[in-house]
Design a protein around this ligand. Structure first.
Ligand code: AMP
Length: 220
């Protein structure tokens, strides 16, 4: 199964994608995670991307496209994937189509996680990420068992530099400018399904899973 996860920063794309990927036994591909990994390893892409990311801006399309193209050369792709954080604009959607066409892969579903602004701000400013396995936590909604450490791998948790309120607002701004075109694009292709993502992550996941197994309709 090949799925695109769309939604504003803070919609829970990462959390839902990881859980769903585990459930469906497919790969989770997050362009944000890949970029942060490049930044951590100080690759030339990481160095080029860092400033854009810290300012809440999109990394230039051609840099992300090249990174994604390389990721799609890996063999795990053939088992299916959940693409999280890409595309972010129409140009990227078209680039993705070209990449997938060459590999004769098609997208089955585009999941859109609709989320309100106060929920987004509360989620992002309280988010903490594991420096080892990248698992997400939240200081109130999903605290780790041991303060400051990951439940799964015991590595330290950190706050992303772009998860402060000013940068979150900038990221939302950037997102709003592009999202409606993207939504229309996938609606026209009859691929888009919409879920309200203001609820608890477990509830949202269950609704998505039910939809994907053919037992339910979206946006309920
Ligand atoms: P995310 O982890 O998806 O919230 O992404 C964090 C940051 O990485 C974004 O604010 C962008 O700076 C950058 N980024 C992630 N995905 C993309 C993309 N598809 N295109 C451009 N920049 C991206």
């Amino acid at each position: 199964m090949q799925i695109i996860m769309l939604g504003p920063p803070g919609a829970g794309k990462g959390t839902q994608s990881k859980r769903l990927a585990q459930k469906l036994k497919v790969s989770h591909i997050s362009t944000g995670d890949l970029l942060r990994q490049n930044e951590k390893e100080q690759t030339s892409l990481g160095k080029d991307a860092k400033d854009f990311m810290n300012r809440g801006l999109l990394v230039p399309d051609e840099l992300v496209a090249q990174m994604l193209q390389e990721r799609f050369n890996a063999t795990d792709i053939k088992n299916g994937f959940i693409l999280d954080g890409y595309p972010r604009n129409l140009n990227q959607a078209k680039t993705l189509e070209v990449i997938l066409e060459k590999k004769q892969i098609s997208i089955d579903t585009v999941i859109y996680l609709d989320t309100s602004v106060p929920v987004i701000i509360q989620r992002l400013t309280g988010r903490r990420v594991c420096s080892g396995c990248q698992a997400n936590y939240h200081i109130k909604n999903m605290p780790p068992k041991k303060d400051g450490y990951c439940d799964q791998c015991n590595q330290t948790l950190y706050q992303r530099t772009d998860d402060n309120e000013a940068t979150v607002m900038k990221r939302l701004d950037v997102y709003k400018k592009e999202v409606s075109t993207l939504i229309d694009y996938y609606k026209e292709k009859h691929l888009l399904v919409e879920f309200s993502a203001d609820e608890d992550a477990g509830v949202v996941l269950q609704k998505i899973a039910e939809y994907l197994s053919g037992n339910d309709s979206p946006k309920n």
